[in-house]
Design a protein around this ligand. Structure first.
Ligand SMILES: Nc1ncnc2c1ncn2[C@@H]1O[C@H](COP(=O)(O)OP(=O)(O)O)[C@@H](O)[C@H]1O
Ligand SMILES: Nc1ccn([C@@H]2O[C@H](COP(=O)(O)OP(=O)(O)O)[C@@H](O)[C@H]2O)c(=O)n1
Length: 209
């Protein structure tokens, strides 16, 4: 089994950016598990199927192809909100977590980012990071992305959306978002991407030596 790096944290904290940098640095495989929840939500939205039909959503999750998840299409802002609704359903999580665990075994290593990687998907991972930033900093980052892509949401709408989604992710009964007891907390509110990467690199190098 390869080396696993587990990265969790709330929306727009920088976990995906960090995960991609780490994967490139160490030659590890990367799975953005948020895309798997987003893909289930998108399939339901495209099929005009209800977001709260647990058996229907679990069926989509069980048949989801992990290769070829299109980040550009799936990162649309509205899909994040829908994803957090399907993510409260235990049968959906069971189906996706099973496939995520298989991915985590990739050689020579795998970086997975999400909400429950350190607590549920890979509790044995030798390196766990919980990446945070203040809601205002995260909303500024997400707003800048949406704005650059021609989106029309205001900063206040983005901030309200992030807070609502964080609450849904933290308050759900199954696999709520929380740092594992042995996770390293990385607050990137006043850290640029390079500084966050250097901090993560030190922890990984120490764990591998
Ligand atoms: N430490 C950082 N400082 C400034 N901007 C960052 C930092 N980390 C990530 N970003 C930017 O913030 C946005 C959200 O980052 P992303 O990695 O997609 O977050 P997440 O995966 O947690 O939702 C991206 O535009 C990214 O370039
Ligand atoms: N491991 C994971 C990853 C995502 N999710 C859900 O999927 C949604 C979208 O996740 P994401 O990581 O793509 O969201 P962003 O942080 O990129 O905005 C989250 O709000 C969670 O509800 C989850 O429940 N567990």
């Amino acid at each position: 089994m390869g080396f696993t790096v587990a990265i969790d944290g709330p929306a727009a904290s920088g976990k995906g950016t960090l995960a991609r940098r780490i994967a490139a640095r160490y030659g590890f495989h990367h799975l953005d598990t948020g895309l798997t929840y987003r893909a289930v939500a998108k399939a339901l939205l495209d099929g005009e199927l209800p977001l709260d039909d647990e058996d229907g959503a679990a069926d989509v999750a069980a048949n989801l192809e992990f290769t070829g998840l299109d980040r550009t299409v799936l990162s649309a802002h509205g899909i994040g909100e829908a994803a957090s609704k399907v993510a409260v359903m235990p049968k959906v999580r069971t189906a996706l977590v099973e496939a995520q665990r298989r991915f985590a075994q990739c050689e020579p290593g795998a970086v997975l980012d999400g909400r429950d990687i350190g607590t549920v998907v890979c509790p044995q991972a030798p390196v766990k990071l919980f990446v945070t930033a203040s809601p205002q900093v995260r909303a500024r980052r997400r707003f800048a992305e949406i704005d650059a892509g021609g989106g029309k949401l205001s900063y206040d709408e983005v901030l309200a959306d992030l807070k609502r989604r964080d609450a849904r992710d933290s308050d759900r009964a199954d696999s709520p978002m929380r740092p594992a007891d042995d996770a390293h907390l990385l607050d990137t509110s006043e850290m640029d991407i390079e500084a966050a990467f250097r901090a993560a690199e030190q922890l990984i190098d120490a764990a591998r030596s």
